[in-house]
Design a protein around this ligand. Structure first.
Ligand SMILES: Cc1cc2nc3c(=O)[nH]c(=O)nc-3n(C[C@H](O)[C@H](O)[C@H](O)COP(=O)(O)OP(=O)(O)OC[C@H]3O[C@@H](n4cnc5c(N)ncnc54)[C@H](O)[C@@H]3O)c2cc1C
Length: 396
C-alpha cells in the first residue's frame, strides 16, 4: 500500500530504503527477528548510525535534536523500518520520555534529560504497574512522601520492561491518598542507581528476562525531579498511555512476519508438497493478509483524517486490539509451519554444542509464539480495549 506517493514523499521513501540497504545487515535482522529486545551492544551501534544520519528521534522537535517530520514522513519511516525488520527505537526514550518532558517538563528538565535520552546514554523504563494496580492503574500504592527538598519513596513496581538494564525510570507515585484514586498521583523521574532501589528479574513464559520487579526502600528523589504538578500525574499518565497504544498496532511488523511465513511455507513440505500449496494453510495465510489489509487501511484512515490531525482517541484501542490479534495469529501460523521442529525450546543464544534443529526460521518460532502472548496484556489489556471500544465507539 503506497498511498503516500507524492514525488517528495516517494524520494524520502527511497532514501530510507537506501539507508536500510546500506546498513541493515543479515545479522542485525536475525537478532531483531529472534528477540523482542535485541542485544544491547548491537542496538547501541544501530542507534549511533541513526544519530549520525539525524534520524534518532523522528517525532521530537528539531530544537531537541529531533526530525520534526510531518506525520506522513514519520509514518513512511516507521513503516519501512518495520517491513525491513530493522531494530525498534529505544521505545521509552523516544515514544514516552521525550514527549513527556516536551509537553509537561520544565525547560531545565528538558536540558538535563533530553540530550542523554537522545544519544541513548540514558536508557529509560516505565514504572507504572504494581502488583495490585495494572488495569486499574489508579489504585497504585507506591508512596512518595515529601520531606524537605526530597520525596521519599517506598513500595514496589512490577512488570518493568527493560528495568534490569535501564539507567533511569519515570514512574507514578502516590503523594496523597485522601481523595479520589485518580487524584494524588505524581510523576517522578529518577536514576536507578539511587540507594534503596533494587530490582528482581522475572522470567517470562519463553524463558526470556525482559521484565523485573522494582523495590523502593526509602529512596530519596530530589524535588526537581517532579514532572508537572504534584498530585496531577494522572493526566500525564493518560496522555502517555495513549501514545503507547498507537505504536502497538505494529501492522508493518506483522506484514514482515507474514513475508517470512510465506517464504518458509514455500520451502517446507507437508505430504510431499510445499506447505504453501496446501489449500488449508494457504487459506489461513490469505485470511490473515486480508485482515491486515483492512487494518492497514483503517490505521491510515484514522491517522490521516484531516479533522483528527493524527490525534487518536478510542480509535487507538481498535488498532491495538486488532493489531495484536493479527500479530499473535502470525506467530501461531509460523509455529504451525515449523511443525514438530518448533517443539524443542531452541534458544538461539544458548545452543551450546548442539547445532540448530530443523530449518532456521523454526529456531525462534516457539519462543516468539509464547513471548507474544504479552502484547494482549501490556499497554492496556485487550479486554480493557474491548471495554473502551464498546463504550466510546459503539456507545453500549
Ligand atoms: C511483558 C510485559 C511487559 C510490561 N511492561 C510494563 C512496563 O514496562 N511498565 C509498566 O508499568 N507496566 C508494564 N506491564 C504491565 C501491564 O501494563 C499490566 O500487566 C496490564 O496493565 C494488566 O494488568 P495486571 O497484570 O495487573 O492484570 P489485571 O489488571 O489484574 O488483569 C487480569 C485479567 O483481568 C482482565 N480485566 C481486568 N480488568 C478488567 C475489566 N474491567 N474488564 C474486563 N476484563 C478485565 C484483564 O484483561 C486480564 O485478563 C507489562 C506487562 C507485561 C506482561
Amino acid at each position: 500500500m503506497e498511498l503516500l506517493n507524492t514525488p517528495e514523499l516517494e524520494a524520502f521513501r527511497q532514501e530510507v530504503r537506501a539507508f536500510l540497504a546500506a546498513n541493515l545487515t543479515d545479522e542485525i535482522r536475525r537478532n531483531v527477528r529472534e528477540n523482542m529486545y535485541p542485544d544491547r551492544e548491537m542496538h547501541s551501534n544501530w542507534h549511533a548510525l541513526l544519530l549520525k544520519k539525524g534520524w534518532a528521534a523522528p517525532g521530537w522537535p528539531k530544537k531537541y535534536g529531533g526530525c520534526e517530520w510531518p506525520l506522513e514522513k514519520h509514518y513512511i519511516f516507521e513503516r519501512e523500518f518495520a517491513l525491513a525488520d530493522a531494530p525498534r527505537p529505544i521505545i521509552f526514550n523516544f515514544d514516552m520520555v521525550g514527549p513527556m518532558f516536551i509537553e509537561f517538563g520544565t525547560e531545565e528538565q528538558r536540558k538535563r534529560f533530553l540530550p542523554r535520552a537522545l544519544t541513548g546514554e540514558d536508557r529509560w523504563c516505565q514504572g507504572f504497574s504494581e502488583p495490585g494496580a495494572g488495569s486499574d492503574l489508579a489504585s497504585l500504592q507506591c508512596r512518595a512522601k515529601r520531606e524537605g527538598d526530597h520525596y521519599v519513596l517506598n513500595g514496589t513496581k512490577i512488570w518493568t520492561s527493560l528495568g534490569l538494564e535501564c539507567d533511569m525510570m519515570f514512574g507514578l507515585f502516590r503523594t496523597d491518598g485522601s481523595g479520589k484514586k485518580q487524584e494524588g498521583i505524581t510523576v517522578l523521574v529518577m536514576s536507578t542507581t539511587l540507594p534503596g532501589f533494587t530490582r528482581q528479574p522475572i522470567r517470562l513464559i519463553d524463558g526470556s528476562v525482559e521484565v523485573c520487579q522494582c523495590f523502593f526502600d526509602d529512596v530519596k528523589v530530589p524535588v526537581e525531579n517532579l514532572v508537572g504538578e504534584e498530585g496531577k500525574g494522572w493526566g500525564i499518565a493518560k496522555h502517555l498511555l495513549g501514545l503507547e497504544r498507537l505504536g502497538t498496532a505494529e501492522v508493518a511488523r506483522t506484514r514482515a512476519m507474514i513475508a517470512r511465513l510465506k517464504q518458509a511455507a514455500r520451502e517446507e513440505t507437508g505430504g510431499g508438497a510445499p506447505l504453501i500449496e496446501d489449500p488449508f494453510f494457504a487459506g489461513k495465510i490469505a485470511e490473515l493478509e486480508t485482515e491486515l489489509d483492512a487494518l492497514d487501511i483503517t490505521e491510515f484512515r484514522f491517522l490521516f483524517d484531516p479533522e483528527k490531525k493524527g490525534i487518536l482517541g478510542p480509535e487507538a484501542s481498535i488498532l491495538k486490539l486488532c493489531g495484536t490479534v493479527a500479530q499473535m495469529r502470525a506467530a501461531e501460523l509460523i509455529m504451525e509451519a515449523a511443525g514438530h521442529y518448533a517443539i524443542p525450546l531452541d534458544d538461539p543464544g544458548h545452543r551450546g554444542n548442539f547445532g540448530p534443529i530443523g530449518p532456521e526460521f523454526a529456531a525462534a518460532a516457539a519462543g516468539m509464539y509464547f513471548n507474544l502472548r504479552k502484547i494482549a496484556i501490556y499497554g492496556g489489556s485487550n479486554e480493557i480495549q474491548r471495554n473502551i471500544v464498546s463504550k466510546a465507539v459503539l456507545g453500549l
